[in-house]
Design a protein around this ligand. Structure first.
Ligand code: GDP
Length: 428
């Protein structure tokens, strides 16, 4: 296999730039530049030169095969973060036999192939690199640390125990007092079904933590939706005016609330209209608001909105509280009254939703778990039959095990790998 190399830090000027190599020729290639190698895992200051020309002075760090991120021999050069230095070092490496530039995500792919990470951990790593908020960081780190693999292992153990218990009964059929294992098997399966169903539901929330919760601000035209969005976002994101029907499309602003990524949606004012274009805007507003994770209803004079009613979980606030007095939470974009309360109310509700996230984080995980659930349900139904056929149950349990194994990439995920690694940057 080729030895690969790449800049591991971001492109451009920086304090330090890290170039790393992985593969059988990594140590030789490093020696060709820096002379004597430092002790393993100990940084050594070295002069790097190539063809008699000095390239830079930097730290060299070497990891033996079997004790590195990729599982192969790895060397890192910690260079001065200069575009010219990095270019010169990469050029020198490119001239060495058996070395080639790494493809996007290739270091991580080697880590997966060498069993240093499982597939879920690779996904966790991708998410950690993309993480912009506190909740995203925590979620990604949990997955990177191997939480999915641990859960999958314990589910797998339960399935194997259920299968083993049933198979044992076959050996006992001729005995006078056969042990009835059904209650214990059903107990194991019911417990698994509960856990897996919760996990499948939780992936939706985990996806929100990764991609953002949508919060739609809805209300009649001119009630102050755009002004509120601007205040919440802290910048002029929507056009405000006192002509009804200004926000004809949906305006999105991304922000972080309580460590959660949030996309605020400013939607067209809801009212009965004969204007065709405004009608399309209203239709879109209704659709987006219906799909949003949370709706903030901004109401003036307790008017009902055509086409949309607040649900129990939505937030209803009184608009223009500087002008109208009333009950409940009132906000004023003029005096700033109620804005902090609204922000904490939105945060509390989204944090409440985010607690339903489990260990699994992707649609891929949800599909695998749903398939496992189906197999376990079939096995369970078979057990409840008078004419129980143990081999059919065992078959279904095997299916479920295979589905759960795909979470960590033991089986049936080869075609997914290209897609997963395409989201990685070069050098990772
Ligand atoms: P939208 O159509 O619901 O997006 O409403 P806008 O945000 O465009 O606001 C409509 C008008 O109401 C503008 O002239 C705003 O300056 C005004 N406005 C918005 N919020 C308040 C508020 O809290 N108090 C008062 N008095 N006026 C407001």
């Amino acid at each position: 296999m080729d030895t690969i190399y790449a800049l591991a830090t971001a492109q451009g000027k920086a304090g330090v730039a890290v170039v790393r190599m992985s593969g059988a020729r990594a140590f030789d290639a490093a020696k060709a530049l820096c002379g004597e190698m430092p002790m393993l895992r100990q940084a050594g200051l070295r002069q790097l030169s190539w063809n008699g020309i000095e390239l830079d002075q930097g730290l060299v760090l070497a990891f033996a095969s079997g004790a590195s991120f990729t599982g192969e021999a790895v060397v890192e050069f910690h260079l001065h973060g200069s575009v010219a230095v990095v270019a010169a070092v990469l050029e020198a490496l490119s001239q060495q036999p058996g070395l080639r530039p790494a493809a996007a995500g290739e270091f991580t792919r080697r880590a997966l192939e060498n069993g240093c990470l499982d597939l879920a951990q690779v996904e966790g790593l991708a998410d950690l690199i993309d993480a912009e908020t506190e909740a995203q960081r925590k979620q990604a780190l949990r997955v990177l640390s191997g939480a999915v693999g641990q859960r999958a292992d314990s589910w797998r153990r339960d399935l194997i125990r259920a299968a083993a218990l049933l198979e044992a009964t076959i050996d006992f059929v001729d005995e006078d007092v056969p042990i009835d294992v059904k209650p214990e098997v059903l107990n194991l399966l019911d417990h698994l079904l509960q856990t897996l169903t919760r996990e499948a539901d939780g992936t939706k929330i985990a996806e929100r933590i990764r991609d953002g919760f949508e919060v739609a601000i809805v209300g009649a035209p001119n009630v102050g939706k755009s002004t509120l969005l601007n205040i919440l976002a802290g910048r002029e994101a929507a056009i405000t005016s006192d002509i009804a029907g200004t926000t004809r499309d949906v305006i999105e602003v991304r922000m972080t609330l309580a460590g959660l990524p949030v996309t605020l949606l400013d939607t067209a004012g809801l009212r009965d209209t004969t204007d065709r274009i405004e009608g399309i805007g209203i239709e879109r507003a209704l659709q987006r608001a219906a799909q949003a994770d949370l709706r903030v209803f901004l109401v003036e004079n307790d008017l009902e909105l055509p086409g949309l009613k607040p649900m129990q979980t939505d937030i209803v606030v009184r608009a223009k509280a500087d002008q109208q007095i009333g009950f409940g939470l009132g906000i004023s974009s003029v005096t700033g009254e109620g804005v902090d309360d609204l922000i904490s109310e939105i945060s509390v509700r989204l944090l409440g939703q985010s607690r339903r996230a489990g260990t699994l984080i992707r649609e891929r995980h949800r599909i695998a778990v749903l398939s496992a659930i189906r197999s376990i349900e079939l096995a369970r139904n078979q057990i409840l039959l008078e004419s129980l056929r143990v081999e059919l149950v065992a078959d279904e349990l095997q299916h479920a095990i295979r589905d759960l194994d795909s979470l960590v990439g033991r089986l049936g995920v080869e075609d997914l790998l290209d897609e997963i690694f395409s989201s990685f940057c070069i050098g990772k």
